[in-house]
Design a protein around this ligand. Structure first.
Ligand code: HEC
Ligand code: HEC
Length: 411
């Protein structure tokens, strides 16, 4: 009898060790799917034939950090996308020449995105890059001055011509010294309208090539392995084996709270996080409505509902005249889901969850300072902000904290 009890105790203690650290086969597969080595090769970008060109990457990098292209000569892309903040700015709402209405997202990992901006109103990195120069509240420059800066700077011009061929002959020096563009002040717009069609198109062509270079540079920005990734790699190597020593070594890569948080994150019965934040990028790259839209007041934001209309009308989209793609290669636009199976009014692009420690505050309007606030939001989603996709989670305070600890392991 004593021997049987003894045997039972041994068995129970082994089960306890096992259940303490072992993951089910399904869980292991999910963890592997989230790990950094599952990030695929950079997808091709058919609308930009310079996407992987080394000289374009170099030129794009210079442009990204150059303040000459802004209205006050003090702002560059990097003013808001700061490398030491994982290419964000630490502000709730971005501020250029004036306040803007949205939070600055990172540009790291943009090679893998399908849509750009929180509302996806752009379908390529290069067409996105054409906006900030001219946006009055961002860099407040204008299209002709941007092109003129390339034209008049010996080094820029040389690099430009090496890459894209000679500067359009139709462009006359006098026209390039104008402060003009289709967006911007009334004066700039009226000067732009007075230029003939051919001149406008030549300026647009150069402007687009600037965007294509910026895209080439941003495509090089990728992720580094986090403690979660090291943990996932070790798990895989260990193949979930029962060797106690090794398991403890693996365990030490994450804290108990982080492991508990990971369990919650991948458990569809406890949370729905994976439904939208999946794959090694921690995003399905689509638009979802989590009840965060604003439908009245000054901070009005309908999200994807208007972004969808905008990308279809955009002359710089993949199907437009400045794209290098065959129409059949424009998969994002061609397979655009127009069925409103989710409420598009107030839907936003699902952000990735890597390196959040450097990118607070969170959400499209920077409404949350801390990740704890974000997880609390998911625990008790809004009940008075129109239809959305979330249901209350019923997590305890400890579980909320564990999820936050897990998110912290993605740094
Ligand atoms: C004044 C601050 C500011 C400046 C300057 C700025 N950005 Fe941004 N950027 C933002 C904000 C804010 C958003 C999101 C806006 C939105 O969704 O409507 C954004 C979005 C983006 C995105 C989309 C990321 C995604 O995943 O959707 C890219 C790429 C980007 N910017 C690149 C650039 C480049 C290139 C430049 C320079 C030509 C630039 N930005 C200049 C603030 C700025
Ligand atoms: C239905 C899809 C969906 C589900 C489920 C979901 N999210 Fe999100 N998540 C989003 C969207 C969309 C945003 C952006 C919302 C906004 O900007 O208004 C977001 C934003 C976030 C952010 C802020 C990131 C940033 O850079 O601003 C975090 C953190 C986050 N989610 C974590 C989670 C966690 C943890 C869970 C599970 C408890 C979860 N999400 C469940 C779609 C989802």
């Amino acid at each position: 009898m004593i021997r049987i009890i003894g045997l039972l105790l041994v068995l129970i203690s082994q089960v306890a060790i096992a259940s303490d650290t072992l993951w089910s086969e399904t869980e292991l597969r999910i963890i592997e799917s989230l790990s950094i080595n599952q990030i695929p090769k950079r997808p091709i970008s058919p609308s930009n034939q310079f996407a992987n060109n080394a000289l374009a990457q170099e030129l794009g990098k210079k442009l990204f950090f150059d303040t000459q292209f802004s209205g006050n000569k003090q702002l560059s892309c990097a003013s808001c996308h700061q490398p030491d903040k994982f290419f964000t700015d630490g502000l709730p709402l971005a501020r250029g020449l004036h306040a803007t209405g949205r939070n600055t997202p990172t540009v790291v990992g943009s090679a893998w995105q399908r849509w750009f901006y929180w509302d996806g109103r752009k379908d390529s990195l290069w067409s996105q890059a054409l906006i900030p120069f001219e946006a009055p509240n961002e860099m407040g420059g204008n299209r002709v001055s941007v092109v003129n800066t390339i034209f008049s700077d010996k080094q820029y011009r040389e690099t430009y011509e090496n890459l894209f061929g000679p500067f359009p002959k139709t462009l006359k020096h006098a026209e390039l010294t104008l402060e003009a563009g289709p967006i911007g002040t009334k004066v700039m717009q009226s000067r732009w309208k007075k230029l003939n069609k051919e001149t406008q198109e030549s300026i647009d062509r150069v402007y687009v090539n600037i965007g294509k270079s910026l895209a080439a540079y941003q495509r090089t920005l990728s992720y580094q392995a986090t403690s979660f990734d090291h943990y996932a790699a070790q798990l895989k190597e260990n193949n979930n084996s029962n060797k106690k020593l090794k398991k403890n070594a693996i365990k030490s890569l994450l804290t108990d709270d982080q492991i508990a948080g990971l369990k919650l994150f991948i458990n569809p019965e406890k949370t729905s996080c994976l439904q939208c934040h999946n794959s090694a990028l921690f995003t399905n790259r689509g638009f979802h409505n989590v009840g965060s839209g604003t439908f009245s007041g000054a901070s009005l934001d309908f999200g994807r509902m208007l972004g969808l209309q905008a990308v279809l009308l955009d002359e710089f989209n993949c199907l437009g005249p400045y794209s290098d793609a065959n129409p059949s290669e424009c998969t994002s636009l061609n397979y655009l889901n127009r069925r409103q199976h989710i409420p598009l009014k107030g839907a936003f692009k699902t952000p990735g969850l890597r390196n959040l420690r450097s990118t607070s505050p969170y959400f499209h309007d920077g409404r949350f300072k801390s990740l704890e606030e974000v997880v609390n939001f998911y625990n008790n989603p809004p009940t008075d902000n129109g239809p959305h996709e979330l249901s209350p989670l019923g997590l305890t305070r400890e579980e909320v904290s564990q999820l936050v600890h897990f998110l912290d392991s993605l740094n």
